[in-house]
Design a protein. Structure first.
Length: 214
């Protein structure tokens, strides 16, 4: 215990001695102007440097590309129009490819008596006069070459003297050339007029003529 007290007393004495020495050093420095030099050193201007952070240049501003132009609406499709139907007429082939020049047989004209009306008196129909010459029609050359044939029925108005006053085609043969040739030729024939109770009268008569190639 005594030893511990002795050690604490020695530590205090040592600390006091160091304090005394420190004060003595300070006093000595002030006396010799050392403090003034320290103050002068502290008074020298301080050099200050401002460090500016250099930033990298900003990248150039890229303008966004312009929007694409709006797409135009496609034009409407034209309405479908069906092509017109074309019918090709088939060529008509002639039934006769070769015609030999042969004189046809001249048929005798046939007179068709008209129906008798229910009237008083005895009637007789007009007819060809057998005592007079009646030349049959000549076959048209074009009709002969084309092989045309058929039967035509003619109607004649017979006068009281037996001559033909008027004529017309009652039923055609199918070929106008044959019809006209029959009318022209048979209109020149002489007829016996129709009669009523034996007296001649004007009346109509029909005649059928057949055109035929032999």
């Amino acid at each position: 215990m005594y030893q511990a007290r002795h050690q604490r007393s020695s530590s205090r004495i040592t600390g006091l001695a160091m304090v005394v020495l420190l004060h003595a050093g300070v006093v000595y420095a002030l006396v010799n102007g050392l403090g003034h030099k320290v103050v002068e050193v502290l008074r020298q201007p301080l050099e200050t440097k401002i460090i500016v952070e250099i930033k990298p240049p900003a990248p150039p501003k890229v303008e966004p590309p312009p929007p694409p132009p709006p797409k135009a609406a496609p034009p409407p499709k034209p309405a479908y129009v069906p092509p017109p139907e074309i019918r090709v007429a088939q060529p008509v082939q002639n039934a006769i490819t070769a015609v030999t020049e042969i004189k046809p047989t001249e048929p005798e004209p046939v007179v068709v008596a008209p129906a008798r009306p229910a009237v008083e008196g005895v009637r007789s129909a007009a007819a060809l006069d057998a005592s007079r010459t009646c030349r049959p029609p000549q076959y048209p050359a074009v009709s002969r070459r084309n092989g045309e044939s058929g039967a035509v029925t003619l109607k004649f108005l017979i006068d009281v003297d037996g001559s033909v006053l008027d004529s017309s085609v009652d039923a055609s043969s199918g070929y106008s050339r044959l019809d006209e040739a029959a009318v022209q030729a048979l209109s020149l024939c002489q007829f016996r007029p129709g009669t009523v109770d034996g007296r001649p009268e004007r009346s109509w008569a029909r005649m059928r003529y057949v055109w035929k190639l032999n």
